[in-house]
Design a protein around this ligand. Sequence first.
Ligand code: SF4
Ligand code: SF4
Length: 138
Amino acid sequence: MKTVVSRDQVQGDFVKKVAEISGENFFNCYQCGNCSAGCPSVNEMDLLPSQVVRYLQLGLVEEVKNCKSMWVCAACLMCHARCPKGVDISKIMEALRVLRLREVDATAHIDVTDFSDDYLERAPQIAMISGYRKFLPL
Ligand code: SF4
Ligand code: SF4
């Protein structure tokens, strides 16, 4: 299959947004594959972590947007620890999840007053923090 890569695609809005939210420069990656070799979730992924970065470098947005990998990433940071260029793919995966969730419902956000005191006492703090990151108003 022939894949055409254009400047508009590489510098598209979605790619810029992923870079902005994650704070990562995809072009630091030289595709050594160390991240994918150490990822504990890779058997469940349809795109390897290194492939997610490569697709972003090429602006292949639809492939990245629809990949399962972002949802099975365990945010364990192994990829970051193994990367000789310091690329933090966990931040890229998080940025992808945030953007996808915003696309599903741009108004979705957590309002802490919606939860009962009882729930707030029982809810794991990390789940709340994670929810805030994903459901902040635009
Ligand atoms: S380890 Fe770093 S440089 Fe190597 S493929 Fe992964 S992100 Fe790219
Ligand atoms: S943070 Fe995600 S992509 Fe990176 S090694 Fe862990 S599970 Fe894999």
